[in-house]
Design a binder for this molecule. Structure first.
Ligand code: NDP
Ligand code: 8X3
Length: 252
């Protein structure tokens, strides 16, 4: 059986680019997202283009039971997951703390923190049983610095940072690698989601910079999985050359 990667948030952006990258390199894939039509289309494309098999799992990472059911209902040979890309997540709104929308906050916490935890726990149990596996958690530069009007989104990514460290410690005894990836600005659907379909505001995030692409990030994630069994990249920040950290950018 070829290696298996489980990717959450595979309908767009980093997750989709990772699906393409890992399929091109011989992995079989378990792909998740809420948009079933996109998952089906991606499965058909990848299976046609590469020597890969794809299982889709349509669920919302916020639904605790659905996450654990998705893992436990996998056919036995598909439970041998080598790589988890724990990527599903989002930002909603960019507002001052006192003015921000509570629904936005709840969705971000439920997705980026609680959903993230459910997925990591469900898959780490399968990996622990085999005493091997590699968990790649999607953080952000927003998990390294807090920026103005980033409040709760930044807090959720700081939580990813803390939980990645915690997982690395607690899963040592099971020989599981834990890598946290922290990208800076990358032009995906992220800003369209954050600004709720306001295209001009979304585009302005990337004006005057050559932002990262989803493929850039997928390339780096794949690299992390190619190292020898005794080597683990714990924490990796990746930005475009015009971005220094979560705050400073040099725009032309
Ligand atoms: P996209 O909006 O392009 O992709 C987000 C993915 O997450 C989609 O596939 C979406 O699928 C999925 N998703 C969102 N909510 C849920 C949910 N409740 N259940 C299941 N899947 C969900 O954004 P990116 O690819 O840019 O973002 C991916 C991750 O990278 C996020 O965690 C984000 O915070 C992080 N990140 C992004 C950066 C950027 O600048 N783009 C930089 C640093 C980190 P669907 O809607 O079909 O469910
Ligand atoms: C996404 C990158 O800088 O918009 O996590 O927070 S940023």
């Amino acid at each position: 059986m070829p290696k298996i990667a489980f990717i959450t948030g595979a309908t767009s952006g980093f997750g989709k680019a990772c699906a393409e990258k890992f399929a091109a390199n011989g992995y079989h894939l378990i792909l998740n997202g809420r948009r079933e039509d996109r998952l089906n289309e991606l499965k058909a494309t990848l299976e046609k283009e590469f020597a890969t098999q794809v299982i889709t799992r349509v669920f919302d990472v916020r639904e605790q039971q659905a996450v654990f059911d998705a893992a436990s209902s996998l056919p036995a040979e598909w439970k041998a997951i080598d790589v988890l890309i724990n990527n599903a997540g989002l930002a909603l709104g960019r507002d001052y703390f006192d003015e921000a929308n509570l629904d936005d906050w709840n969705i971000m916490v439920d997705t980026n923190v609680k959903g993230f935890m459910y997925v990591a726990k469900a898959v780490s149990q399968l990996m622990a049983a085999r005493k091997q596996g590699h968990i790649i958690n999607m953080g952000s530069v927003a998990g390294k610095e807090v920026y103005e009007k980033g409040n709760v989104y930044c807090a959720t990514k700081h939580a990813v940072e803390a939980m990645s460290h915690a997982m690395r410690i607690d899963l040592l005894r099971h020989n599981i690698k834990v890598t946290a990836i922290h990208p800076g600005a990358a032009e995906t659907e992220f800003s369209m989601v954050r600004f709720k379909g306001d295209e001009s505001t979304a585009k302005s995030v990337y004006s005057g910079i050559e932002a990262l692409t989803a493929e850039d990030v997928a390339e780096v994630i794949f690299y992390c999985t190619t190292l020898p069994p005794h080597v683990c990249i714990n924490d990796l920040v990746i930005t475009c050359t015009q971005q220094a950290d979560g705050i400073y950018m040099y725009r032309h």
